[in-house]
Design a binder for this molecule. Structure first.
Ligand code: HDE
Length: 665
């Protein structure tokens, strides 16, 4: 429906924006915008002041309802390029033609908190991608965790009511450290596997750029011959998957609540474009029942060691939005936005999502025409007989708005499958109508155990910290006990450790899943580690040596390491400008620190800087003259990952390890 008139209207609006005269919404140039119309300089405002009324009315209606879940999000534009044609699996054109770049828009989000919540809360993260393909918009609306809390969509309102701030006091904001969530967890054991993930480091991504994405559900790919395979989608960040430590996340929440969004925005502004490879796991229809889990169950993942991830393309985010409301807030994702060659499986969670997403936009975006908003419009032509409605911005012309018609040559017409028309996969269904859980969905603990078995010792310790913090905050002992009893099915020792930390009796039942199955791909310890875009705080005073600093800075920039000079006061060192102070940034924002000056006054914030970097297992460097400054803290100058910087190379080699878990504190 993008017709000539529509274009003219857009041109007109663009010109209008460029015209700097301030007008009313009717185009009237105003001579005054500072003062309302009053009866005398000290008198009452007059009702006839149409300009005041229009301005205020518009302002009064500036807000739209936030998303029920995933309210706090941040987005960016980019493109997707395909490495190799996937014709054998799918006829989707954007997965067939390697010469084309497909524009994308991505929105990352937290789930529980409201729009104004913190970035670094413990939570799953949304990872929603809209591909603007020549065959229509395809949305891959996923998370950074490969499994979900529940198996059937009908339980989603219950889950979300339990997760969200409690209705009687609206506490807590941003996380799940409260009774109703843990009551839900204990009463709905299918949620165990995903909860293990959210309590682990996966619930605290260091950066959206360093976060995996998963389509979660099993989908279908369908090729030109109509043959279908089952598929799971993965996004693998080229910088690897990295986490915050819980203590760090909590400090950052206070010192920079916009930590993740700022990181994404600034990386793109700088030209450090975030990249992810798209991977697919494929299971042939004939193998549907050859696994020890049901492939339709969204609480189960497909271990990569059993079903390898085939990397098929790359997504690069290279443009920030012009306006967050118009783009990031108004974007409307929907797992039902498909292109020919991709289809659904019967995963009962996915099936329910297919209803919910359009429905929720009706109240969020105010009516059925939200697809006309610039961020939601397909880049290919689109036309049908849907008409009118709230916020209709197209001027549909002509006499007909029905199918079939002869008056308008049956325009718009359907397209045969051979010419790119969509048809649903011809799956044979022969069943009774039932409200029931499939027997094959009833194993709630084996994969939770596999996840636990796959973690490194530091990751296991962090998981215990996560559980202990959240359960420890519950008010009811029976809620804590029930939750620990549920964990006991996964691992007896884990349950006993948590029980001790939160002061409830350890479970006595012997119900633990007996399995030592592991999937190494699940441990973030085995992720990519590289220097690119890591960041270092260089602690200086105005007496620091410019040449020495310049040498260090060159080594950092040559290796794509970001740095900030940090001092007590914003100052200059020769030609170098110190942009940050101990008031504005903290060591939790960086991957490492270097102390270059002996004279660095060991005031409490400076000492805390160094000691926090130490307890967060970060690389600490010190110049020979600054050794004393280190010795005046609790940091051991010869500790693991603590280096005397004689040559910047030594420091960078340690920095590339990212966290020195072997450090003795
Ligand atoms: Fe969503 N989900 N969801 N979800 N979801 C929404 O849609 C829903 C689920 C996910 O950045 C809502 O536009 C149901 C799984 C993301 O705009 C809503 C069920 C996964 C986003 C909704 C699920 C997701 C949403 C709220 C259970 C990972 C943010 C506002 C059947 C695969 C997208 C909106 C963005 C948003 C419903 C489960 C991911 C209410 C009913 C599983 C990333 O429609």
């Amino acid at each position: 429906m993008t017709n000539e008139k529509d274009k003219q209207l857009e041109d007109f609006r663009r010109k209008h924006d460029e015209n700097s005269a301030l007008t009313t919404n009717q185009g009237l140039k105003m001579a005054e915008d500072e003062f309302s119309l009053k009866a005398g300089e000290r008198g009452p405002t007059l009702l006839e002041d149409f300009h005041f009324r229009e301005k205020m009315t518009h302002f009064d209606h500036e807000r739209i309802p936030e998303r029920i879940v995933h309210a706090r999000g941040y987005g960016a534009h980019g493109e997707f390029e395909l490495y190799e044609s996937q014709e054998k699996y799918t006829k989707a054109k954007f997965l067939n033609d390697t010469s084309k770049k497909t524009p994308v828009f991505v929105r990352f989000s937290t789930v529980q908190g409201s729009r104004g919540a913190n970035d670094t809360v413990r939570d799953a993260r949304g990872f929603a991608v809209k591909f603007y393909t020549e065959e229509g918009n395809y949305d891959l609306v996923g998370n950074n965790i490969p499994v979900f809390f529940i198996q059937d969509a009908i339980k989603f309102p219950d889950l979300v009511h339990a997760v969200k701030p409690e209705p009687h006091n609206e506490i807590p904001q941003g996380g799940t450290a409260h009774d109703t969530f843990w009551d839900f967890f204990a009463q709905n054991p299918e949620s165990t596997h995903m909860t293990m993930w959210t309590m682990s480091d996966r619930g605290l991504p260091k950066s959206y750029r360093m976060m995996e994405g998963f389509g979660v559900h099993t989908f279908r790919l369908v090729n030109k011959e109509g043959k279908s395979v089952f598929v799971k989608f993965h996004w693998k960040p080229l910088l690897g998957t990295h986490q915050l430590i819980w203590d760090e996340a909590q400090i950052i929440a206070g010192k920079n609540p916009d930590f993740n969004r700022e990181d994404l925005y600034e990386s793109i502004e700088k030209g450090d474009y975030p990249e992810w490879e798209l991977g697919i796991q494929v299971i042939e229809e004939k193998d549907e029942f050859n696994f020890d889990f049901d492939i339709l169950d969204p609480t189960k993942l497909w271990p990569e060691e059993e079903v390898p991830v085939q990397v098929i393309g790359k997504m690069t985010l290279n443009r920030n939005v012009d306006n967050v409301f118009a783009e990031t807030e108004q974007v409307a994702f929907h797992p039902g936005h498909l292109v020919p060659g991709i289809d659904f499986s019967n995963d009962p969670l996915l099936q329910g999502r297919l209803f919910s997403y359009t429905d929720t936009q009706l109240s969020r975006l105010g009516g059925p025409n939200f697809h006309q908003l610039p961020i939601n419009r397909p880049v290919c032509p689109f036309a049908n007989n849907q008409r009118d409605g709230m916020h209709q911005t197209f001027v549909h012309t002509g006499q007909t708005s029905y199918h079939n018609n002869a008056i308008n040559g049956n325009h718009p017409h359907t397209t045969p499958v051979e010419e790119g028309g969509f048809e649903s996969y011809h799956e044979k269904i022969d069943a009774h109508k039932v409200r029931a859980r499939s027997e094959s969905f009833k194993d709630f603990y084996s994969q939770a155990k596999m996840f636990y078995n796959s973690l490194s010792q530091p990751e296991k310790d962090h998981l215990i910290d996560g559980f202990s913090f959240e359960l420890g905050k519950c008010k009811h002992d029976f809620v804590k006990e029930n939750a620990v009893n549920n964990i006991n099915h996964v691992d007896k020792e884990l349950a006993a450790t948590i029980a001790k930390r939160i002061g409830v009796k350890p479970p006595s039942e012997d119900v633990e899943v007996k399995s030592d199955k592991k999937s190494p791909a699940l441990s973030m310890e085995n992720t990519v580690k590289k220097l690119d875009t890591l960041s270092v705080a260089v602690l200086v005073t105005e007496d620091s040596k410019e040449d020495e600093l310049k040498g260090l800075i060159k080594a950092f920039t040559d290796n794509k390491v970001n740095y900030k000079l940090v001092a007590k006061e914003a100052t200059t060192i020769g030609s170098l400008k110190v942009t940050e102070t101990f008031d504005t940034v903290h060591s939790t924002f960086f991957d490492g620190i270097v102390v270059v000056d002996a004279k660095l006054p060991l005031l409490p914030p400076v000492k805390d800087y160094i000691e926090a970097a130490n307890r967060h297992f970060k690389t600490i460097g010190y110049t020979t003259q600054a050794k004393e400054a280190i010795e005046a803290t609790s940091v051991k100058p010869d500790g693991v990952g603590i280096v005397e910087v004689k040559d910047a190379k030594d420091y960078l080699a340690e920095l590339a390890i990212i966290r020195h878990w072997d450090r003795k504190l």
